[in-house]
Design a protein around this ligand. Structure first.
Ligand code: ATP
Ligand code: MG
Length: 402
């Protein structure tokens, strides 16, 4: 079989071969190419040692030299070139104690997690598929290379990776692999929460985010975090709608956790070492999503004033996707009124208020918390009556504050 490889990757493989080494594209790029998808990046596996790779190419970066990985730069694109290796004994189900280089491609393929990820390809040799990965791609199954009990014992993150690939590819998990995953679920406690989060996020961003249900059904949830596990009753409803939301991490997480209290949702993400920006967005969205907004401009402006315009659009989408049939009309009106508010340039942001703190100070007000309160009073006034947003009117209104 012939796969379409980018020129950079093909060149790297050819150069290594010319220098007497073996080299292949490997892993996700081979899998995705066979599926007819465009791979995000092309990883290369080679018999050459890192220092030998560096000697062949003029421009390289030491990405993970201790694991045998060197990035080779070709016309601005980086390709990770990794020496064939055997992962040594796993000390604690987290890290291999050592990695050992090997001259044997097969040994390198054996250490990989799933058959569909353990194929190698070069133009010269064609597909190297020692574990029937291609057959499993056809069948649509995720299956461990070798004995799943051993493989999940070595590295429990693979349990979540199995679920994640099943969601990305729309595959099922092969029976023995699934059985082993369920049996060894508790080992997930040993994996860093950040790596767990990365897999859950990829799962939610996939074409089948509803497969997050598997995390609960397979008994993995108790070993994710306590909060995540307890979210079960509230979060597994209408899962089929998740895939209709935008594939952005704050949107998918907010949609999934939308029935949680905002603070609890933020806690779950914090425990999973999510970045603060995403946590803030999720919390804000969930908080806003709970409001039952009437189709009236002042109320709409008030909600808009608390969210960035992008987050407000995300909110409307979530409402629409999860709204009941009888709420459709109300949502349509809200959307229409929101558009008008934007078109009319109504003030929905404190910095667009016709009066600033500086104006108030010039008019004799003292700087301090009181000033903030006054500005907020004027802002609230303008949210109800955008036509009041002139300096003249607002300076007069300052006097009526109390
Ligand atoms: P994508 O990058 O699209 O998410 P991928 O298959 O490239 O998918 P990566 O996590 O980038 O996945 O890993 C690259 C390859 O390394 C995999 O295809 C697999 O062969 C191997 N691999 C990655 N993580 C593990 C692991 N925990 N155990 C065994 N092999 C792994
Ligand atoms: Mg990859």
């Amino acid at each position: 079989m012939k796969l379409q490889m980018p020129k950079g990757a093909a060149d790297i493989i050819e150069r290594l071969e010319e220098n007497g080494f073996q080299a292949y594209a490997v892993g996700g790029c081979v899998r995705d190419s066979i599926l007819g998808k465009v791979p995000q990046d092309w990883d290369i596996t080679t018999s050459a040692r890192p220092e030998q790779v560096k000697a062949v190419f003029p421009r390289t970066i030491d990405t993970g030299i201790q694991h045998g990985t060197v990035t080779v730069m070709v016309e601005g694109t980086g390709y990770e070139v990794t020496t064939y290796r055997i992962d040594g004994e796993y000390v604690d189900g987290r890290h291999p104690r050592s990695v050992e280089f090997t001259p044997d491609l097969l040994e390198d393929l054996k250490r990989r997690d799933f058959t569909i990820n353990a194929m190698a390809y070069s133009d010269r040799e064609g597909l190297v598929d020692a574990f029937d990965g291609r057959e499993d791609l056809k069948k649509g199954i995720v299956r461990c290379v070798g004995d799943p009990v051993c493989r999940f014992t070595e590295d429990a993150l693979r349990i979540l990776r199995a679920v994640r690939f099943s969601a990305q590819l729309g595959f099922s998990i092969e029976k023995d692999t699934r059985q082993a995953a369920q049996t060894l679920a508790a080992n997930l406690s040993k994996v860093s929460r950040e790596r767990v989060q990365v897999e859950l996020t990829k799962l939610l961003l996939s074409d089948h985010p509803e497969k997050i249900r598997l995390v609960y059904d397979m008994g993995l949830a108790p070993y994710i975090t306590e909060g995540f596990c307890q979210a079960r009753e509230r979060c597994l409803v209408n899962l089929d709608r998740l895939s209709k939301t935008a594939p952005e991490k704050h949107v998918r997480w907010a949609a999934f956790l939308r029935f949680e209290k905002p603070e609890l949702a933020a806690g779950i993400l914090r425990d999973l070492k999510m970045d603060n920006d995403t946590i803030d967005k999720v919390k804000t969205l969930i908080f806003a999503a709970k409001e039952k907004l009437r189709p009236e401009k002042p109320e709409i402006r008030r909600v808009m004033s608390r969210l960035s315009s992008k987050l407000y659009q995300d909110l409307l989408d979530i409402w629409e996707i999860y709204g009941r049939e009888e709420e459709r009309e109300r949502l349509r009106q809200i959307r229409r009124l929101s558009e008008q508010i934007i078109e009319d340039g109504d003030c929905i942001c404190l910095k667009n208020l016709a009066v600033s703190g500086k104006d108030l100070i010039e008019a004799g007000r003292k700087p301090g918390p009181e000033l903030g309160k006054t500005l907020n009073y004027l802002f609230q006034l303008v949210l109800d009556h955008p036509e009041y947003n002139t300096k003249e009117y607002l300076m007069k209104a300052v006097g009526d504050e109390r």
